[in-house]
Design a protein around this ligand. Sequence first.
Ligand code: CP
Ligand code: NVA
Length: 307
Amino acid sequence: MKRDLVSVLDMEKDFEDFIMDGIELKKRFKRGEMNFSLTGKTLAMIFEKPSTRTRVSFETAMTQLGGHAIYLSPRDMQMGRGETVADTARVLSGMVDGIMYRAFDNKNVKELARHATVSVINGLDDIEHPTQIVADFMTVFEHKGKFKGLKMAYIGDGNNTCNSLMLGAALLGVDFYAATPKGFEPMKDFVRKAREIAKRNGSQVIITNDPKEGAKDADIIYTDVWISMGQEKEGDEKEKKFKAFQINKELVSKAKKNYIFMHCLPAHRGLEVTDEVADSKNSVIFDEAENRLHAEKIILLKTIAGF
Ligand code: CP
Ligand code: NVA
């Protein structure tokens, strides 16, 4: 049976394996041990929105695993002229071995997965960003050496990245705080589900509107852009509400001395984070970005190759 990765919850039973196997695969790659398990395999990558990391990491991962990736934009596809998502899924399934889809609407990712007979991987939509979260927790483990007992504070917009990060933290037993302005909290259904999982793992999920409560004694401070792709019209009005949630020197002074700063990137420097923090010795943002490559490899192996 094919394995899809539409939500972090599709990794509910083996999320820690994704992280640990991803780290092991990275170590082997750094030692020069190649893995060509996807020789002859092709990944179709549909991008309705721009991307630097997701595109380059998936394409490079396919190459390094012996396979090939095709970049598809709805601008150049028949999907952009009205061919249905379901028909696209059926057609691509006859030619390729997996489909990565970055979409505006989560419903379309689910629809594609429902009709595709090959694995579908969510490369970000309006409510989740699951592949990012694999790279993020690989980075956390590399820097902190554990999950249980850590406090992760996501400070900013309760968006797609926040929803997925919260689920990932709950699965690993990391205490998760989301500090957002009122009205920008992560989605209620995700909070409910994350709390249910966290309870089983002896951790907690706290939602607050106080950035200082989030930052206090945090081991990890994480943020993302205030305006996600597709929300551009919310612009200036939204930015005003987020001023107190900027990750700056004063806010991080509340965290533990050896805290790490994370951001899925791209960063809008001077808005959600200052240069001073993004370029500080506590910042691991570029390790995190590099880990996208290694995370995509383990994701491709566990979905397409069924590892
Ligand atoms: N973090 C992330 O998904 O970056 P891209 O938008 O560049 O793919
Ligand atoms: N929340 C951001 C993440 C970008 C990788 C967005 O959706 O634009």
